[in-house]
Ligand binder design. Structure first.
Ligand code: COI
Length: 356
């Protein structure tokens, strides 16, 4: 495995007030970085003081957008242990994203070792208050200085970490979501299943439009028929109709969320019917009209479980669970966070303790 060298900072920053933590605003003292060069592979791995980096303006990432990221969290258990939640899935997905973007493969054991070493250095930054965690952002981007369109011949792989509170200001309180009819996020054959930076750039316009109308986020529909539900962009979605929890199937244009997969498995273990299938906006609004739409919620690493209180689709608007958190969303939130913070038994073997 590539050796990881440490150059640690002489002066450490003060830690933020945990009560006031927002999402992704504060960064720790150190970061991990490794370089890639064609013919040489990944090399020069180090943990260095966090700070700005120098990069050539011709670096291909700025021009042709070869950039991929991941998102995961490190949780502090009551007994002080630091816990990760299914981190191997994130590094696997990072490579699936990299493959689609012609970015070279990163050995997943090496990526994990880099993360564990960084977390060991930054362990005092993992907050302990309920609902807080250390968000982990691995990312890779193209660095070759060239203007011809081709896969870059050099890259950088970083891991930065940030103590965070809830992603949405609403926390576990319900969010208002609107279906987007004008713009699309992804199509089959594109990059919708990746965590390519481009997917997020594409979603900004719809998000801005939704926020101007007072909604928290956009619910994307399929880019071909513009009928079927896809995802929110920062989270996957679930609709509970007549006792069945339904989430859109992974057709190539939706992110295969780690939390989405965990929710499916928890629901099944509870004996609740959980299906992955196509679901149209019409089906949801009809189910609501028939009194069968019980609740809806989003799932994601950053968002955890985010209940949806209101859904708007053109001139149609529905309120769910009288604007409150649905029963299943609340139960799932408790189960997931219980496992993540080590409060309840890890019956699926999902938790990985950070060796300190
Ligand atoms: C996550 O849930 O970790 C994400 O990456 C979503 C968002 C913050 C971009």
């Amino acid at each position: 495995m590539i050796p990881i060298v440490k150059h640690l900072s002489k002066s450490l920053k003060p830690k933020p007030d945990q009560e006031k933590l927002e999402f992704g605003k504060v960064f720790t003292d150190h970061m991990f970085v490794a370089d890639y060069e064609e013919g040489k592979g990944w090399h020069q791995a180090s943990i260095i003081p966090y700070g700005p980096i120098e990069i050539d303006p011709a670096a291909m990432v700025f021009h042709y957008g070869q950039a991929v990221f991941e998102g995961m969290k490190c949780y502090r258990a009551e007994d002080g242990r630091l816990l990760l939640f299914r981190p191997e899935m994130n590094f696997k997905r990072m490579n699936a994203s990299d493959e689609r973007m012609c970015i070279p493969y990163i050995d997943e054991d090496f990526a994990m070792e880099a993360l564990l070493q960084l977390l060991k250095v930054e362990r005092d930054w993992v907050p302990s208050l309920e609902g807080t965690s250390l968000y982990i952002r691995p990312f890779v981007f193209a660095t070759e200085s060239a203007l011809g369109v081709h896969p870059s011949r050099s890259y950088k792989f970083f891991i930065i970490v940030s103590p965070v509170g809830p992603y949405y200001k609403e926390g576990l309180n319900p969010v208002r979501i609107c279906l987007e009819e004008e713009y699309v996020r992804a199509v089959k054959g594109g990059v919708g299943f990746t965590k390519g930076a481009a997917n997020y750039a594409i979603s900004l316009k719809g998000q801005e439009k939704a926020q101007k109308s007072g909604y928290t986020q956009v619910l994307w529909m399929d880019g071909v028929e513009r009928k079927y539900i896809e995802e929110v962009g920062t989270m996957n979605v679930f609709f509970v109709i007549d006792g069945e929890a339904i989430t859109p199937s992974l057709t190539g244009s939706i992110l295969p969320g780690v939390t989405r997969d965990s929710v499916m498995r928890i629901l099944k273990s509870w004996g609740i019917k959980a299906s992955e299938r196509r679901i149209s906006a019409e089906e949801i609004f009809e189910a609501h009209a028939a009194g069968k739409l019980e609740e809806a919620f989003g799932s994601g690493t950053a968002a955890v479980i985010s209940p949806i209180s209101e859904l708007s689709w053109g001139s149609r608007n529905i309120t769910l669970c009288e604007g409150k958190t649905g029963k299943l969303a609340g139960r799932l939130y408790n189960e997931l966070t219980g496992i993540q913070y080590g409060r309840i038994e890890d019956r699926f073997g999902w938790v990985k303790e950070v060796p300190l």
